[in-house]
Design a protein around this ligand. Structure first.
Ligand SMILES: *Cc1c(COP(=O)(O)O)cnc(C)c1O
Length: 368
């Protein structure tokens, strides 16, 4: 890998391929793979990641918002794209760009059918979501009957998949609850198949469920986090390879005497002769202020250097006393010696939040 000369997020497409194949090897033959690439492919680079996943043979993509899907189409992505969290105002754009909406309520389903009929569409692909206990989006058992009666009659749309989302698939203590979600989903999907007279794709598993509930794979799975190399579990983390490495460099070194202070509010005070390095990365790049005051640190030439004082918008200062380093040296924030899950835990958060929080001003560098 090239040495960083500024703050960059390196994206290793070989690691992505390894993760895709590792997850795919868990699936029974014929089970389809939906790659979840919402939020810039979890903070990576959505188009670069999507092109590689198409080449690897993903069957489907999912993003959260319509705008994310449009960007992928403009980048030349041709596989089907499910929009997980669309709003009715987006429906015309969804149709224009051949995106596929998640319809999760009587209101959204009816509004989409109305538009599809107005545009004389035929068999436009849509997805129906069931709420089996997550209580976020979806038709419940109690309101299944609200699925409009005209769903059977209309020729304008076709239900290409029905799905649900598991609330605690990573937590063995919640096994009973998760199994109850899977049973409810089977039931609801069964009713739907009877009502529409054909069998759409069925899916319930996110990354953790693919490993923990293989019997719930149905005909497709949806994987996000695992593709990027993490899986809410230390053992699984070992099987997967982190795709992103967040790097920066040393802008300047400061040599402090006892009593000198560092940064805003003079939050760090040198107790003795101290050497600090200033790095061009801050809270506007995704290093939250909670990581300051030695809560977390970075790696420089293989050694740990804690963040001293407060995190600035565009800088952090780290203690490099006793570390052999100079201006221009490469610094690793996560990846390599510091796993994302370790760093996120130090900030009281999860890998998902840390990696999707790397702001768009950080340059993404794709490594083939
Ligand atoms: C984000 C998301 C996923 C992906 O979950 P991972 O844990 O990242 O694999 C799957 N399904 C839905 C509905 C999601 O919102």
């Amino acid at each position: 890998m090239p040495k960083a000369e500024e703050t960059v997020l390196e994206i290793d497409l070989n690691a992505l391929a390894h993760n895709f194949k590792t997850i795919k090897s868990q699936l029974k033959p014929g089970v389809k793979f939906m790659s979840v690439i919402k939020a810039y492919a979890y903070g990576n680079d959505a188009a670069g990641i999507a092109h590689k996943l198409e080449e690897l043979g993903t069957d489907y993509f999912a993003v959260a918002y319509t705008e994310e899907g449009i960007r992928l189409r403009k980048a030349g992505i041709s596989r089907p794209i499910l929009i997980l969290n669309p709003q009715p105002v987006n429906y015309p754009e969804i149709i224009k760009h051949c995106l596929e909406p998640n319809l999760y309520s009587a209101r959204t389903l009816q509004l989409f059918i109305d538009l599809a009929e107005k545009q004389n569409l035929e068999d436009y692909p849509v997805h129906i979501k069931f709420n089996t206990g997550m209580n976020r989006l979806g038709f419940t058992e109690a309101n299944y009957h609200q699925i409009p009666k005209n769903l059977k009659k209309t020729k304008s749309i076709k239900v290409v998949s029905a799905f649900t989302h598991l609330a605690a698939s990573e937590d063995w203590k919640e096994r009973e609850f998760t199994l109850s979600q899977i049973y409810k989903f089977k039931d609801l999907a069964g009713s739907l198949i009877e009502d529409i007279g054909y069998e759409p794709l069925l899916h319930s598993c996110n990354t953790s469920a693919i490993f923990n509930y293989p019997s719930a794979s149905f005909s497709m799975v949806r994987s996000g986090l695992g593709l990027y190399g993490f899986a809410n579990d230390d053992n699984l983390n070992k099987k997967l390879k982190p795709v992103g490495t967040f790097k920066t460099i040393i802008s300047q070194i400061q040599n402090l005497e006892k009593g000198d202070t560092v940064g805003y509010g003079r939050a760090f005070k040198a107790e003795t002769t101290t050497k600090t390095a200033t790095l061009p990365v801050g809270h506007a790049d995704g290093i939250k202020r909670i990581y300051g005051h030695e809560k977390a640190g970075v790696f420089i030439n293989g050694q740990y250097a804690p963040i001293v004082g407060t995190v600035c918008m565009d800088s952090i200062m780290v203690n490099v006393t006793g570390i052999n380093c100079e201006e221009g040296d490469e610094v690793i924030i996560f990846g390599g010696p510091q796993h994302v899950s370790e760093l996120s835990a130090k900030g009281g958060t999860v890998s998902y939040e840390l990696i999707t929080g790397i702001s768009q001003r950080v340059k993404r560098v794709i490594i083939q």
